[in-house]
Design a protein around this ligand. Structure first.
Ligand code: ADP
Ligand code: TYD
Length: 209
C-alpha cells in the first residue's frame, strides 16, 4: 500500500481486546513491509511511562479528578512530542492502545465540567486527533470475565464495578456519535481473527497474515 503514515487508536473498556487488536493490526502493516510504531497510553515514551506509574499505582484517591486530568494530559503531551509525532514525520504508521478519547470518557464521567476541562486542555496542549479510531465495543461482564481469566495485576483503576463499566461503554458509544468521521465501532465479542479482519478492511491493509 502506498498511503501516507496513519495515526490509529484503539479505545474501549478494559478487557475489550484493544491491545490484542492493536498488535494484530501492527503485524499486518509489517507483513506489507510498512514500518509501524505500536504504543500505548498512559505511557508510550520514557517520561510518559514515569507519569503512568504515578497514575496507576497507589490509593484510588491519590489524586483529585482535576490533578488526574493534568497528569494524563502531561503524559500525552510527552508521548506526542517524543514518540507519535517523530514516528509520523519519519513515515511510520502509529498505532496507540488508548489516546485522548480515554480521558474524555473515563475522566469525563466525573461530570460535564470536567469534560470541558479535558477538552480545553486537549485543544491547548495536544491539538491532534487520530486519523482512525476503533472503539472495541462489548458487554462489560464478558470483558471482565476475560480479565479474570488472565489474572490482571491490581491497580488504581481496577475494582471499578460493572455498573461503571457500563457507563464507560456508553461513554465510548457517545464519543463515536460525536466524532463519526474517525470513529468506527467494532463488535469485540467475536473471535480475535474475525475482529482483526474487519479492522484491516477499514484501514485497507493486507490480507490475512
Ligand atoms: P484490552 O487491551 O482491551 O484490555 P486485551 O487485548 O488485553 O484487552 O484482551 C483481554 C483478554 O482477552 C486477553 O487475555 C486476551 O487474550 C483476550 N482476548 C482478546 N481479544 C479476544 C477475543 N476477541 N475473544 C476472546 N478473548 C480475547
Ligand atoms: P490501560 O493500561 O489501558 O489498562 P487496561 O490494559 O486494563 O485497559 O489503562 C490503565 C487505566 O487507565 C484504564 O483503566 C483506563 C485508564 N485511563 C484513564 O482513566 N484515562 C486516560 O486518559 C487513559 C489513557 C487511561
Amino acid at each position: 500500500m502506498t498511503q501516507g503514515p496513519l495515526f490509529i487508536t484503539f479505545e474501549g473498556i478494559d478487557g475489550s481486546g484493544k491491545s490484542t487488536q492493536a498488535r494484530l493490526l501492527a503485524e499486518r502493516f509489517l507483513a506489507e513491509g510498512r514500518e509501524v510504531v505500536l504504543t500505548r497510553e498512559p505511557g508510550g515514551s520514557p517520561g510518559a511511562e514515569e507519569i503512568r506509574r504515578l497514575l496507576v499505582e497507589g490509593d484510588a484517591d491519590r489524586w483529585s479528578p482535576v490533578t488526574e486530568v493534568l497528569l494524563f494530559t502531561a503524559a500525552r503531551r510527552d508521548h506526542l512530542e517524543r514518540t507519535i509525532a517523530p514516528a509520523l514525520a519519519a513515515g511510520r504508521h502509529v498505532i496507540s492502545d488508548r489516546f485522548a478519547d480515554s480521558t474524555r470518557v473515563y475522566q469525563g464521567l466525573r461530570g460535564a465540567d470536567l469534560r470541558q476541562k479535558v477538552d480545553r486542555l486537549h485543544a491547548e496542549f495536544i491539538g491532534r486527533e487520530p486519523d482512525i479510531t476503533f472503539i472495541i465495543d462489548m458487554d462489560p461482564a464478558a470483558a471482565l470475565a476475560r480479565g479474570l481469566a488472565r489474572g490482571i495485576a491490581e491497580d488504581r483503576f481496577e475494582g471499578m464495578g460493572l455498573e461503571l463499566q457500563q457507563r464507560l461503554r456508553e461513554g465510548f458509544l457517545g464519543l463515536a456519535a460525536e466524532f463519526p468521521d474517525r470513529c468506527h465501532v467494532i463488535d469485540g465479542a467475536r473471535p480475535p481473527e474475525v475482529v482483526a479482519e474487519e479492522i484491516a478492511a477499514i484501514v485497507g491493509v493486507g490480507a490475512n497474515v
